[in-house]
Ligand binder design. Structure first.
Ligand code: SF4
Ligand code: SF4
Length: 166
């Protein structure tokens, strides 16, 4: 426990004697510590809006892609690319803390965090519990939560936002 977040000291909540920061930033991070705001599935994310714009700009390109495929096999896969782009353009998850969670990860934190009245796994007295994730995903989950605990939420948020999301 013991994290703080200021961001101009607006929107501070108090819970269990701790300062729990700015709702806006809290809502960007999932209970397991992933950045929902940069997620490819997030309905209000940049990946969704940029994909939507690109999909619009490429509307009707299929015909040209077929012509280009005659000399460049890269374009033989254009329709698959367009399908994936359309998928990104329809980002469908409201984020881990919303009522519309469509996370593809087999994640327990999104439900048991609420039951335990905690915002992040590192606050949980069972952290790192055995049921959450496996392999590399699990290692990264533990690293993220240890980092949040050590450095505080504000610093963690800034640090991770400067790294690639995937
Ligand atoms: S909860 Fe939704 S937005 Fe957050 S990481 Fe999972 S899929 Fe992405
Ligand atoms: S039980 Fe595990 S997954 Fe659930 S909040 Fe605690 S540490 Fe996270």
């Amino acid at each position: 426990m013991g994290y703080g977040l200021c961001f101009g000291c607006q929107g501070i909540l108090f819970r269990g004697g701790l300062k729990v920061g700015n709702n806006e930033v809290l809502n960007k991070l999932s209970v397991c510590g992933l950045d929902c705001s940069r997620c490819a599935d997030y309905e209000n994310g940049e990946i969704r809006s940029l994909s939507s714009k690109l999909s619009e700009l490429l509307n009707g390109y299929e015909r040209l892609a077929r012509m280009k495929a005659i000399n460049d096999p890269t374009f033989e896969g254009y329709s698959k690319f367009a399908q994936i782009l359309n998928h990104f353009a329809q980002g469908s998850c409201g984020g881990c803390r919303s009522d519309n969670v469509k996370c593809p990860l087999d994640c327990h934190a999104k439900t048991c965090g609420k039951e335990r009245n905690i915002e992040f796994c590192f606050e949980c007295n069972e952290f790192p519990c055995d049921k959450q994730f496996e392999g590399k995903l699990r290692e990264r989950w533990i690293e993220r939560n240890n980092r949040m605990k050590e450095s505080g939420l504000e610093k963690y948020y800034i640090e991770q936002s400067q790294l690639p999301r995937y």
